[in-house]
Design a protein around this ligand. Structure first.
Ligand code: FO1
Length: 304
């Protein structure tokens, strides 16, 4: 079965790793959100792409989910001593990725090509694609006005109340080379358990149409997000955060929805939206959980 998976950062990366373990490399394409990308300290940073790649390569920091394992922080500490901006913690090993990516971008290479080159260097066999090579930026409309995504997420620690989102630059952004081709070749598309508002919606805003069966995994379990502000966002937008809210978010596009055992009582309500459901363990703390969820999804998708 050929699969394309849409992913944001940490949650998306975990399922991507599970899928990569059981699907042949030529049959798996991960399309990654780049709405969180930004320039910082003169460097071009792609948090979700790096989180997905580091996770697939076994290089990710297991505590934070983002950044590198065994990281040191000498550069950012010295930036701070000089009075520079240190709110976005760039580790020394991670910094090499941003330096080299920025250098290649300045040479005129597209982000998708650089990502492919980095994947080869890190021994990643599945295809990882940025959603677009164009600069699309997620902007958070909040009670404090419009905020650039990382300003809202990291600098302000998601404290401002959100009112909505827009994806700056999306009108003129085409999907990165390989994205449409992958979507035509696959049997199914998986929305990883990433934030629907700021991880999956930006990808959909660029891709626009998905004509293959779509299966989503809820990033919300028992009304809470495993990591990140998705539940807080739903509440602030006047929607009770739940697996049902996520299913309803995607209602026009889904064929199947995967929810955690903890939310099993919502299964019927979700089925009434018109999709098939799978209730399973969606918490992916350990590598084995990621592989198990990927396996459960493959069986579920094949059965439909
Ligand atoms: N997240 C934080 O909460 N604090 C940080 O200082 C931080 C630094 C950072 C550096 C590189 C990178 O690739 C990611 C980093 N993240 C950090 C995570 C990241 O910004 C967010 O998790 C995503 O943008 C949301 O998916």
């Amino acid at each position: 079965m050929k699969i394309a998976a849409f992913a944001g950062g940490v949650g998306g990366a975990k399922l991507a790793q599970g899928l990569a373990h059981i699907v042949a490399p030529q049959d798996l394409t991960i399309v990654v959100n780049t709405g969180d990308d930004f320039e910082h300290l003169g460097l071009y940073i792609c948090p979700d792409l790096d989180t997905v790649c580091y996770t697939l390569a076994g290089l990710a920091n297991p505590e934070t989910g983002w950044g590198r394992a065994g990281e040191t922080w000498n550069t950012i500490t010295n930036v701070e001593k000089l009075g520079g901006p240190a709110w976005f913690r760039l580790g020394d090993q991670d910094m090499a990725t941003h330096l080299e990516r920025t250098r290649r971008l300045k040479e005129g290479k597209p982000l998708s090509q650089i990502t492919n080159e980095f994947c080869k260097a890190w021994g990643i066999e599945v295809t990882v694609l940025p959603m677009t090579d164009a600069p699309v930026r997620t902007v958070v409309n909040s009670d404090e006005g419009e905020l650039a995504f990382q300003e809202y997420f990291v600098h302000r620690q998601c404290q401002p109340r959100v009112k909505g989102f827009r994806f700056d630059g999306v009108e003129s952004a085409a999907p990165a080379p390989g994205v449409q081709e992958a979507l035509e070749a696959v049997d199914a598309v998986v929305f990883c358990p990433s934030n629907p508002w700021v991880s999956i919606d930006p990808i959909l805003s660029v891709v626009k149409e998905v004509n293959k069966p779509v299966f989503a995994v809820s990033p919300i379990i028992s009304g809470k997000t495993v990591k990140g502000p998705a539940a807080k966002m739903y509440s602030e937008l006047g929607i009770e955060p739940s697996a049902y809210a996520v299913a309803n978010h995607y209602r026009t596009i889904l064929k199947g929805f995967v929810l955690d055992h903890a939310d099993a009582e919502m299964e019927k309500e979700i089925q009434d939206l018109g999709f098939a459901t799978l209730v399973t363990n969606t918490l992916m703390n350990q590598f084995i959980d990621r592989v198990q969820l990927a396996n459960d999804m493959l069986h579920f998708m094949r059965s439909l």
